[in-house]
Design a protein. Structure first.
Length: 452
Protein backbone atom coordinates (compact mmCIF):
# COMPACT_ATOMS: atom_id res chain seq x y z
CA UNK A 1 0.00 0.00 0.00
CA UNK A 2 2.84 2.39 0.89
CA UNK A 3 4.46 1.67 -2.45
CA UNK A 4 1.17 2.35 -4.24
CA UNK A 5 0.61 5.79 -2.76
CA UNK A 6 4.28 6.68 -3.26
CA UNK A 7 4.00 5.73 -6.95
CA UNK A 8 0.79 7.76 -7.35
CA UNK A 9 2.51 10.70 -5.70
CA UNK A 10 5.48 10.45 -8.06
CA UNK A 11 3.18 10.33 -11.10
CA UNK A 12 1.05 13.16 -9.67
CA UNK A 13 -2.12 11.07 -9.81
CA UNK A 14 -3.58 13.17 -7.02
CA UNK A 15 -7.27 12.44 -7.60
CA UNK A 16 -6.65 8.67 -7.53
CA UNK A 17 -4.41 9.04 -4.51
CA UNK A 18 -7.09 11.04 -2.69
CA UNK A 19 -9.72 8.44 -3.50
CA UNK A 20 -7.59 5.56 -2.23
CA UNK A 21 -6.74 7.31 1.04
CA UNK A 22 -10.33 8.32 1.79
CA UNK A 23 -11.61 4.81 1.07
CA UNK A 24 -9.21 3.37 3.68
CA UNK A 25 -10.05 2.89 7.35
CA UNK A 26 -8.60 5.74 9.49
CA UNK A 27 -6.60 3.30 11.64
CA UNK A 28 -5.00 1.86 8.50
CA UNK A 29 -4.37 5.33 7.10
CA UNK A 30 -2.52 6.27 10.30
CA UNK A 31 -0.37 3.15 10.13
CA UNK A 32 0.28 3.80 6.45
CA UNK A 33 1.26 7.45 6.87
CA UNK A 34 3.50 6.70 9.85
CA UNK A 35 5.53 4.45 7.56
CA UNK A 36 6.17 7.40 5.22
CA UNK A 37 9.61 8.71 6.18
CA UNK A 38 9.45 12.04 4.34
CA UNK A 39 7.71 14.44 6.73
CA UNK A 40 6.58 16.87 4.01
CA UNK A 41 5.13 14.03 1.96
CA UNK A 42 3.27 12.70 4.98
CA UNK A 43 1.71 16.13 5.57
CA UNK A 44 0.73 16.29 1.90
CA UNK A 45 -1.02 12.90 2.09
CA UNK A 46 -2.82 13.94 5.28
CA UNK A 47 -4.16 17.08 3.62
CA UNK A 48 -5.84 14.94 0.97
CA UNK A 49 -8.19 13.45 3.55
CA UNK A 50 -11.71 14.70 4.04
CA UNK A 51 -12.38 16.68 7.21
CA UNK A 52 -13.99 13.72 8.97
CA UNK A 53 -11.34 11.20 7.89
CA UNK A 54 -8.57 13.61 8.85
CA UNK A 55 -9.89 13.94 12.40
CA UNK A 56 -10.41 10.20 12.85
CA UNK A 57 -6.97 9.46 11.44
CA UNK A 58 -5.27 12.12 13.55
CA UNK A 59 -6.30 10.51 16.85
CA UNK A 60 -4.87 7.17 15.66
CA UNK A 61 -1.35 8.60 15.20
CA UNK A 62 1.27 8.25 17.91
CA UNK A 63 2.03 11.47 19.79
CA UNK A 64 5.26 12.20 17.92
CA UNK A 65 3.46 12.15 14.58
CA UNK A 66 0.64 14.30 15.99
CA UNK A 67 3.16 16.87 17.22
CA UNK A 68 4.92 17.02 13.83
CA UNK A 69 1.61 17.45 12.01
CA UNK A 70 0.43 20.20 14.36
CA UNK A 71 3.67 22.07 13.74
CA UNK A 72 3.00 21.80 9.99
CA UNK A 73 -0.68 22.87 10.24
CA UNK A 74 -1.91 26.37 9.68
CA UNK A 75 -4.27 27.69 12.37
CA UNK A 76 -7.28 27.04 10.14
CA UNK A 77 -6.20 23.42 9.52
CA UNK A 78 -5.64 22.87 13.22
CA UNK A 79 -9.10 24.28 14.03
CA UNK A 80 -10.71 21.96 11.48
CA UNK A 81 -9.12 18.91 13.10
CA UNK A 82 -9.87 20.04 16.65
CA UNK A 83 -13.51 20.76 15.77
CA UNK A 84 -13.99 17.17 14.61
CA UNK A 85 -12.23 15.20 17.37
CA UNK A 86 -13.88 14.30 20.66
CA UNK A 87 -13.09 16.13 23.88
CA UNK A 88 -11.41 13.16 25.59
CA UNK A 89 -9.13 12.62 22.58
CA UNK A 90 -8.20 16.31 22.61
CA UNK A 91 -7.38 16.07 26.33
CA UNK A 92 -5.17 13.02 25.71
CA UNK A 93 -3.29 14.89 23.00
CA UNK A 94 -2.76 17.96 25.19
CA UNK A 95 -1.39 15.83 28.04
CA UNK A 96 1.43 14.56 25.84
CA UNK A 97 2.33 17.75 23.96
CA UNK A 98 5.03 20.32 24.85
CA UNK A 99 3.87 23.65 26.25
CA UNK A 100 4.18 25.53 22.95
CA UNK A 101 1.91 23.05 21.17
CA UNK A 102 -0.59 23.04 24.05
CA UNK A 103 -0.78 26.82 23.94
CA UNK A 104 -1.48 26.73 20.21
CA UNK A 105 -4.13 24.02 20.56
CA UNK A 106 -6.00 25.90 23.27
CA UNK A 107 -5.79 29.10 21.25
CA UNK A 108 -7.60 27.38 18.37
CA UNK A 109 -10.44 25.89 20.40
CA UNK A 110 -13.65 27.61 21.37
CA UNK A 111 -14.20 28.58 25.04
CA UNK A 112 -16.71 25.77 25.67
CA UNK A 113 -14.35 23.10 24.36
CA UNK A 114 -11.44 24.62 26.25
CA UNK A 115 -13.41 24.49 29.49
CA UNK A 116 -14.39 20.85 28.89
CA UNK A 117 -10.76 19.90 28.18
CA UNK A 118 -9.53 21.68 31.31
CA UNK A 119 -12.16 19.88 33.38
CA UNK A 120 -10.88 16.48 32.23
CA UNK A 121 -7.25 17.48 32.78
CA UNK A 122 -7.98 18.41 36.41
CA UNK A 123 -8.71 14.80 37.32
CA UNK A 124 -5.87 12.52 38.55
CA UNK A 125 -3.99 10.83 35.71
CA UNK A 126 -5.17 7.29 36.49
CA UNK A 127 -8.75 8.19 37.40
CA UNK A 128 -11.94 7.45 35.50
CA UNK A 129 -12.48 11.18 35.09
CA UNK A 130 -9.26 11.52 33.10
CA UNK A 131 -10.48 9.20 30.32
CA UNK A 132 -14.17 10.12 30.20
CA UNK A 133 -15.83 12.26 27.56
CA UNK A 134 -18.55 14.82 28.39
CA UNK A 135 -20.15 14.20 24.97
CA UNK A 136 -23.14 11.94 25.62
CA UNK A 137 -26.88 11.96 24.96
CA UNK A 138 -28.98 12.86 27.99
CA UNK A 139 -32.77 12.67 28.12
CA UNK A 140 -35.52 13.52 30.61
CA UNK A 141 -37.87 10.96 32.13
CA UNK A 142 -41.04 12.77 30.99
CA UNK A 143 -39.98 12.75 27.32
CA UNK A 144 -41.86 10.59 24.86
CA UNK A 145 -40.06 8.31 22.42
CA UNK A 146 -40.72 10.87 19.70
CA UNK A 147 -39.19 13.64 21.84
CA UNK A 148 -36.16 11.44 22.49
CA UNK A 149 -35.55 10.80 18.79
CA UNK A 150 -35.83 14.51 18.05
CA UNK A 151 -33.20 15.27 20.70
CA UNK A 152 -30.89 12.52 19.45
CA UNK A 153 -31.13 13.82 15.88
CA UNK A 154 -30.52 17.38 17.02
CA UNK A 155 -27.55 16.73 19.33
CA UNK A 156 -26.25 13.30 18.40
CA UNK A 157 -23.93 14.42 15.60
CA UNK A 158 -21.44 15.77 18.18
CA UNK A 159 -21.71 12.87 20.61
CA UNK A 160 -19.22 10.02 20.87
CA UNK A 161 -22.02 7.48 21.03
CA UNK A 162 -25.78 7.78 20.58
CA UNK A 163 -26.74 4.14 21.09
CA UNK A 164 -26.78 4.36 24.89
CA UNK A 165 -28.73 7.31 26.30
CA UNK A 166 -28.84 8.48 29.90
CA UNK A 167 -31.82 9.89 31.76
CA UNK A 168 -31.13 12.70 34.22
CA UNK A 169 -33.27 14.92 36.44
CA UNK A 170 -33.22 18.70 36.56
CA UNK A 171 -30.06 18.62 38.73
CA UNK A 172 -28.29 16.25 36.29
CA UNK A 173 -28.51 13.32 38.71
CA UNK A 174 -28.41 10.00 36.84
CA UNK A 175 -31.76 8.25 37.28
CA UNK A 176 -32.01 5.89 34.31
CA UNK A 177 -30.49 4.46 31.15
CA UNK A 178 -31.89 3.12 27.88
CA UNK A 179 -30.71 2.30 24.37
CA UNK A 180 -31.83 3.29 20.90
CA UNK A 181 -33.05 -0.29 20.55
CA UNK A 182 -35.42 0.32 23.49
CA UNK A 183 -36.72 3.45 21.78
CA UNK A 184 -37.21 1.68 18.45
CA UNK A 185 -39.25 -1.08 20.08
CA UNK A 186 -41.73 1.35 21.71
CA UNK A 187 -44.44 3.57 20.29
CA UNK A 188 -43.76 7.24 19.65
CA UNK A 189 -46.14 8.35 22.41
CA UNK A 190 -44.68 6.05 25.12
CA UNK A 191 -43.02 7.94 27.97
CA UNK A 192 -39.36 7.11 28.72
CA UNK A 193 -39.99 6.77 32.46
CA UNK A 194 -42.22 3.76 31.81
CA UNK A 195 -39.50 1.54 30.32
CA UNK A 196 -36.09 2.99 31.21
CA UNK A 197 -33.69 0.90 33.31
CA UNK A 198 -33.46 2.47 36.76
CA UNK A 199 -30.88 0.11 38.25
CA UNK A 200 -27.98 2.03 36.73
CA UNK A 201 -24.38 0.91 37.20
CA UNK A 202 -22.04 3.90 37.23
CA UNK A 203 -18.52 4.76 38.32
CA UNK A 204 -17.16 7.77 40.18
CA UNK A 205 -14.81 10.26 38.54
CA UNK A 206 -12.10 9.54 41.11
CA UNK A 207 -12.24 5.74 40.80
CA UNK A 208 -9.27 4.09 39.16
CA UNK A 209 -9.51 3.98 35.37
CA UNK A 210 -8.51 0.31 35.42
CA UNK A 211 -11.51 -0.39 37.65
CA UNK A 212 -13.76 1.42 35.18
CA UNK A 213 -12.38 -0.64 32.30
CA UNK A 214 -12.89 -3.84 34.26
CA UNK A 215 -16.50 -2.85 34.95
CA UNK A 216 -17.13 -2.24 31.25
CA UNK A 217 -15.74 -5.68 30.49
CA UNK A 218 -17.68 -7.34 33.33
CA UNK A 219 -21.07 -5.96 32.29
CA UNK A 220 -20.43 -5.94 28.52
CA UNK A 221 -21.33 -2.25 28.29
CA UNK A 222 -20.56 -0.11 25.25
CA UNK A 223 -20.24 2.87 27.58
CA UNK A 224 -20.02 3.42 31.34
CA UNK A 225 -21.62 6.50 32.94
CA UNK A 226 -19.33 8.56 35.17
CA UNK A 227 -20.77 10.53 38.08
CA UNK A 228 -19.24 13.07 40.45
CA UNK A 229 -19.31 12.97 44.27
CA UNK A 230 -22.93 14.19 44.22
CA UNK A 231 -24.05 11.51 41.74
CA UNK A 232 -24.43 14.00 38.90
CA UNK A 233 -23.70 12.63 35.45
CA UNK A 234 -20.57 14.36 34.11
CA UNK A 235 -19.37 12.00 31.38
CA UNK A 236 -19.09 8.51 29.94
CA UNK A 237 -16.25 6.09 29.26
CA UNK A 238 -16.62 4.32 25.94
CA UNK A 239 -15.40 0.82 25.13
CA UNK A 240 -12.59 2.05 22.86
CA UNK A 241 -11.10 4.07 25.72
CA UNK A 242 -11.42 1.07 28.04
CA UNK A 243 -9.55 -1.13 25.57
CA UNK A 244 -6.75 1.44 25.40
CA UNK A 245 -6.50 1.46 29.19
CA UNK A 246 -6.43 -2.33 29.39
CA UNK A 247 -3.71 -2.46 26.75
CA UNK A 248 -1.64 0.21 28.53
CA UNK A 249 -2.02 -1.48 31.92
CA UNK A 250 -1.11 -4.91 30.52
CA UNK A 251 1.96 -3.45 28.80
CA UNK A 252 2.97 -1.71 32.03
CA UNK A 253 2.55 -4.93 34.02
CA UNK A 254 4.63 -6.90 31.52
CA UNK A 255 7.40 -4.31 31.70
CA UNK A 256 7.37 -4.35 35.50
CA UNK A 257 7.37 -8.14 35.55
CA UNK A 258 10.46 -8.07 33.35
CA UNK A 259 12.14 -5.59 35.73
CA UNK A 260 11.83 -2.62 33.38
CA UNK A 261 10.57 0.85 34.35
CA UNK A 262 7.35 1.33 32.30
CA UNK A 263 7.33 3.65 29.30
CA UNK A 264 4.59 4.72 26.87
CA UNK A 265 6.97 5.23 23.95
CA UNK A 266 6.92 2.55 21.22
CA UNK A 267 10.02 0.34 21.22
CA UNK A 268 11.49 1.47 17.89
CA UNK A 269 10.96 5.12 18.81
CA UNK A 270 12.71 4.82 22.16
CA UNK A 271 16.36 5.85 22.04
CA UNK A 272 19.18 3.64 23.26
CA UNK A 273 19.96 5.92 26.23
CA UNK A 274 16.30 6.11 27.20
CA UNK A 275 16.01 2.31 27.05
CA UNK A 276 19.17 2.06 29.17
CA UNK A 277 17.68 4.39 31.78
CA UNK A 278 14.52 2.27 31.99
CA UNK A 279 16.38 -1.01 32.44
CA UNK A 280 19.50 -0.25 34.46
CA UNK A 281 17.91 0.61 37.88
CA UNK A 282 16.30 -2.81 38.30
CA UNK A 283 19.34 -4.61 36.90
CA UNK A 284 21.55 -2.86 39.46
CA UNK A 285 19.13 -3.66 42.28
CA UNK A 286 18.87 -7.31 41.27
CA UNK A 287 22.63 -7.60 40.84
CA UNK A 288 23.26 -6.17 44.30
CA UNK A 289 20.56 -8.35 45.85
CA UNK A 290 22.14 -11.40 44.19
CA UNK A 291 25.21 -10.83 46.35
CA UNK A 292 23.16 -12.37 49.17
CA UNK A 293 23.36 -15.67 47.31
CA UNK A 294 27.08 -15.22 46.80
CA UNK A 295 27.54 -14.51 50.51
CA UNK A 296 25.69 -17.70 51.42
CA UNK A 297 27.94 -19.72 49.12
CA UNK A 298 31.04 -18.10 50.59
CA UNK A 299 29.88 -18.69 54.16
CA UNK A 300 29.23 -22.39 53.61
CA UNK A 301 32.01 -23.03 51.11
CA UNK A 302 33.83 -25.44 53.42
CA UNK A 303 30.74 -27.54 54.03
CA UNK A 304 29.94 -27.82 50.35
CA UNK A 305 33.55 -28.65 49.54
CA UNK A 306 33.35 -31.64 51.87
CA UNK A 307 31.00 -33.27 49.36
CA UNK A 308 32.13 -31.60 46.14
CA UNK A 309 29.47 -33.25 43.99
CA UNK A 310 26.82 -31.13 45.72
CA UNK A 311 28.21 -27.97 44.10
CA UNK A 312 27.45 -29.28 40.59
CA UNK A 313 23.70 -29.33 41.29
CA UNK A 314 23.37 -25.81 42.72
CA UNK A 315 22.35 -24.26 39.33
CA UNK A 316 19.62 -26.88 38.82
CA UNK A 317 18.27 -26.38 42.33
CA UNK A 318 18.25 -22.58 42.07
CA UNK A 319 16.66 -22.59 38.60
CA UNK A 320 13.94 -25.00 39.72
CA UNK A 321 13.09 -22.84 42.71
CA UNK A 322 13.07 -19.64 40.66
CA UNK A 323 10.82 -21.19 38.02
CA UNK A 324 8.39 -22.46 40.66
CA UNK A 325 8.19 -19.10 42.39
CA UNK A 326 7.76 -17.36 39.05
CA UNK A 327 4.82 -19.59 38.13
CA UNK A 328 3.01 -18.76 41.36
CA UNK A 329 3.74 -15.02 41.25
CA UNK A 330 2.58 -14.56 37.64
CA UNK A 331 -0.63 -16.50 38.33
CA UNK A 332 -1.42 -14.44 41.43
CA UNK A 333 -0.55 -11.11 39.80
CA UNK A 334 -2.91 -11.91 36.93
CA UNK A 335 -5.68 -12.96 39.34
CA UNK A 336 -5.25 -9.76 41.34
CA UNK A 337 -5.51 -7.62 38.21
CA UNK A 338 -8.71 -9.41 37.16
CA UNK A 339 -10.23 -9.07 40.61
CA UNK A 340 -10.45 -12.86 41.04
CA UNK A 341 -8.71 -12.71 44.43
CA UNK A 342 -8.26 -10.03 47.09
CA UNK A 343 -6.23 -9.41 50.24
CA UNK A 344 -8.74 -11.34 52.33
CA UNK A 345 -8.05 -14.47 50.28
CA UNK A 346 -4.37 -14.64 51.22
CA UNK A 347 -4.68 -17.66 53.56
CA UNK A 348 -6.70 -19.63 51.00
CA UNK A 349 -4.17 -18.77 48.31
CA UNK A 350 -1.20 -19.81 50.48
CA UNK A 351 -2.87 -23.10 51.45
CA UNK A 352 -3.67 -23.88 47.82
CA UNK A 353 -0.10 -23.12 46.70
CA UNK A 354 1.30 -25.29 49.50
CA UNK A 355 -0.75 -28.21 48.20
CA UNK A 356 0.21 -27.48 44.59
CA UNK A 357 3.84 -27.11 45.64
CA UNK A 358 3.71 -30.44 47.48
CA UNK A 359 2.38 -32.26 44.41
CA UNK A 360 4.91 -30.55 42.12
CA UNK A 361 7.74 -31.07 44.61
CA UNK A 362 7.08 -34.77 45.12
CA UNK A 363 6.81 -35.32 41.35
CA UNK A 364 10.05 -33.50 40.54
CA UNK A 365 11.88 -35.05 43.51
CA UNK A 366 10.94 -38.55 42.37
CA UNK A 367 12.06 -37.85 38.81
CA UNK A 368 15.27 -36.22 40.07
CA UNK A 369 16.14 -39.16 42.36
CA UNK A 370 15.55 -41.65 39.56
CA UNK A 371 17.60 -39.60 37.10
CA UNK A 372 20.52 -39.26 39.56
CA UNK A 373 20.66 -42.96 40.39
CA UNK A 374 20.06 -44.39 36.92
CA UNK A 375 21.55 -41.82 34.55
CA UNK A 376 24.20 -39.90 36.52
CA UNK A 377 25.49 -42.85 38.57
CA UNK A 378 25.04 -45.83 36.21
CA UNK A 379 25.07 -44.37 32.68
CA UNK A 380 27.57 -41.54 33.30
CA UNK A 381 29.49 -43.52 35.89
CA UNK A 382 29.56 -40.77 38.50
CA UNK A 383 30.52 -42.75 41.61
CA UNK A 384 30.28 -39.67 43.84
CA UNK A 385 26.51 -39.83 43.55
CA UNK A 386 24.99 -42.34 45.93
CA UNK A 387 21.52 -42.83 47.38
CA UNK A 388 22.15 -40.42 50.27
CA UNK A 389 23.44 -37.62 48.02
CA UNK A 390 20.53 -38.18 45.63
CA UNK A 391 18.17 -38.02 48.63
CA UNK A 392 19.60 -34.65 49.74
CA UNK A 393 19.22 -33.15 46.29
CA UNK A 394 15.70 -34.55 45.79
CA UNK A 395 14.46 -33.47 49.21
CA UNK A 396 15.87 -29.99 48.59
CA UNK A 397 13.92 -29.74 45.36
CA UNK A 398 10.70 -30.85 47.04
CA UNK A 399 11.00 -28.41 49.95
CA UNK A 400 12.24 -25.46 47.87
CA UNK A 401 9.32 -25.80 45.45
CA UNK A 402 6.83 -25.65 48.32
CA UNK A 403 8.53 -22.58 49.79
CA UNK A 404 8.95 -20.96 46.37
CA UNK A 405 5.22 -21.34 45.70
CA UNK A 406 4.46 -19.77 49.09
CA UNK A 407 6.82 -16.84 48.48
CA UNK A 408 5.60 -16.39 44.91
CA UNK A 409 1.94 -16.16 45.93
CA UNK A 410 2.41 -14.12 49.11
CA UNK A 411 4.62 -11.24 47.97
CA UNK A 412 2.30 -9.88 45.21
CA UNK A 413 -0.66 -9.87 47.62
CA UNK A 414 1.37 -8.11 50.33
CA UNK A 415 2.63 -5.61 47.74
CA UNK A 416 -0.97 -4.73 46.85
CA UNK A 417 -1.84 -4.44 50.54
CA UNK A 418 0.99 -1.93 50.97
CA UNK A 419 -0.14 0.08 47.95
CA UNK A 420 2.48 -1.14 45.47
CA UNK A 421 1.83 -2.60 42.04
CA UNK A 422 1.88 -6.43 42.46
CA UNK A 423 3.66 -6.69 39.09
CA UNK A 424 6.94 -5.55 40.67
CA UNK A 425 6.94 -8.82 42.61
CA UNK A 426 7.34 -10.89 39.45
CA UNK A 427 9.95 -13.38 38.34
CA UNK A 428 13.23 -11.40 38.68
CA UNK A 429 12.50 -10.27 42.23
CA UNK A 430 10.98 -13.58 43.32
CA UNK A 431 13.87 -15.54 41.79
CA UNK A 432 16.45 -13.59 43.79
CA UNK A 433 14.67 -14.34 47.07
CA UNK A 434 14.00 -17.99 46.21
CA UNK A 435 17.64 -18.54 45.19
CA UNK A 436 18.80 -17.53 48.66
CA UNK A 437 16.15 -19.67 50.38
CA UNK A 438 16.97 -22.67 48.18
CA UNK A 439 20.65 -22.50 49.06
CA UNK A 440 19.91 -22.33 52.78
CA UNK A 441 17.59 -25.37 52.53
CA UNK A 442 20.19 -27.26 50.48
CA UNK A 443 22.98 -26.60 52.94
CA UNK A 444 20.78 -27.36 55.96
CA UNK A 445 19.69 -30.74 54.53
CA UNK A 446 23.20 -31.62 53.45
CA UNK A 447 24.52 -30.78 56.94
CA UNK A 448 21.83 -32.82 58.66
CA UNK A 449 21.87 -35.90 56.42
CA UNK A 450 25.52 -36.05 55.31
CA UNK A 451 26.90 -34.71 58.61
CA UNK A 452 29.21 -32.19 56.95
Amino acid sequence: MTTTIEELYETRSISELKEILNDTNPADIAQLLESVEDERRRVFFFRLLTKENAAETFVEFDFDTQENLIRAFSDSELREVLDEIYIDDAADIIEEMPATIVKRILKNTDPETREAINTILKYPEDSAGSIMTPEFVDLKKNMTVEDAFKRIRRTGVDKETIYTCYVTDESRHLIGVLTVKDLLLHDYDDVIEEFMETNVIAINTLDDRETASAQLSKYDFLAMPVVDMEDRLVGIITIDDAIDVIQEENTEDIQKMAAIIPTDTPYLKTGVLETWKKRIPWLLLLMISATITSQILTTFEEKLSAVAVLIAFIPMIMDTGGNSGGQASVTIIRSLSLGEIDIKDILRVIWKEIKVGAFCGISLAAVCFTKLMLFDRIVLGNEDINAVVALVISLTIMLEIIMAKMIGCTLPILAKKLGFDPAVMASPFITTIVDAVSLLVYIALASAILHI
